[in-house]
Design a binder for this molecule. Structure first.
Ligand code: KG4
Ligand code: ZN
Length: 347
């Protein structure tokens, strides 16, 4: 008997549905919401409305691509936390309604746990225990994963997330939201050693990115002459725009290199301290080409095994919800139809 799971993800600004049979992903359909671009960030109210419009066609498409009908579904899964509450509610209500109508169990999934388990989707998978660097727009964590459903956070950011560091830097450069992919794009042709940004001193396996943001702010206000605030260093708006325009590739490459080094120095420390050398990447920022390359180089240098999910499983997607739900199904971890959603939640 095979196990077919329909999973829904709607925690932020992507509406996604996926069908997985016995842990194998048959479809992963994602609808992006471009409406937020002009606002410089996700507008929660608009995100909820867009989820309402997208959810029926997205779920239908995921089932059509997988070639299944509703009667074949054994369980319905959804993202329960964390995320924007209005967005989470759309996916959860839809999943509950389907579970009720089909008389099938409901499985609630933690979004960050699912990002980690995206590493179990490809055929080449990490063996347990493994360490996972989860880097997204809202989180930056080093997670020790002992088994599919047993995870411990070893370190996390004390202020901004890595994705926020990319997006806020991009905003300072006048780039639209989300700026992470654009910094990645410009960085490809830039010199990463041209400008120096400070590495924060944070104890243990925790991270901090707010100092970097401030240093980039002053660096741009001073047209690259210094990273500190001094009234006499400040240039005019026009000079700043000219400086950015002429040096965008080198600035992006230098910012990216610093964010990547902050992340990987802590991953190396975690591997050395725990002795665990199966290393995974997860979350939207793991789509970053500089991070992917440096992560692979780190593995090669130390003889460690590294795993990076395919691009479509790095940013928000329902396939990662489906794979997590599959393991919950095997463990018979079901949720009552009365379960709520929550904006913040530890796992
Ligand atoms: O995991 P995700 O899709 O959503 C959250 O749960 O937050 O991550 C989104 C974040 C955004 O901050 C976005 O700028 C960043 O991932 N991102 C990137 C790249 N692609 C997405 N950051 C740097 N380089 C990229 N190529
Ligand atoms: Zn995410």
């Amino acid at each position: 008997m095979s196990t077919t799971i329909l999973a829904i993800e709607s925690s932020c600004d992507e509406t996604s549905a996926s069908v997985c049979v016995d842990g194998k992903i048959l479809s992963n359909f994602i609808a992006n919401q471009s409406i937020h671009e002009k606002y410089g960030g996700v507008v929660p109210e608009l995100a909820s409305r867009a989820h309402m419009q997208n959810i029926v066609p997205v779920v239908s498409e995921a089932m059509k691509t997988a070639g299944i009908n509703p009667g074949q579904i054994d369980a319905v899964a959804f993202t329960q936390a964390p995320g924007l509450i209005g967005s989470l509610l759309v996916g959860s209500q839809f999943a509950k309604s389907m579970a009720l109508a089909l008389d099938r169990p409901l499985i609630s999934v933690h979004h960050m746990q699912a990002h980690v388990l995206a590493n179990l989707i490809p055929e080449r998978r990490p063996t347990f225990p493994f360490l996972c660097l989860t880097v997204s727009g809202g989180h930056t964590q080093i997670v020790l994963c002992q088994s599919p459903l047993k995870m411990t956070i070893l370190g996390e950011t004390i202020d901004d997330a890595a994705g926020e560091a990319f997006d806020k830097s991009a905003r300072l450069l006048g780039l639209p939201y989300p700026g992470g992919p654009l910094i990645d794009k410009y960085a490809k042709t830039g010199n990463p050693n041209r400008f120096k940004f400070p590495e924060p001193k944070v104890p243990g396996l925790d991270f901090s990115f707010s100092g970097l943001k401030t240093s980039i702010l002053y660096f741009l206000q001073n047209a690259g002459t210094s990273n500190i605030y001094k009234e006499e260093f400040r240039v005019t708006e026009e000079e700043r725009t000219k400086f950015i325009g002429e040096n965008i590739a080198d600035i992006c490459a230098s910012i990216q290199q610093r964010i990547v080094s902050i992340l990987l120095n802590k991953v190396r420390k975690a591997a050395e301290e725990t002795g665990i050398t199966e290393l995974c990447l997860a979350g939207g920022v793991s789509a970053n080409s500089g991070l992917r390359t440096a992560f692979e180089e780190l593995g090669k240098k130390h003889g460690w095994q590294v795993y990076i999910p395919a691009f479509e499983y790095c940013t928000d997607n329902a396939a990662m919800i489906a794979i997590t739900a599959y393991h919950k199904f095997l463990a018979k971890e079901f949720s009552p139809l009365s379960i709520g959603t929550s904006a913040r939640a530890e796992f």
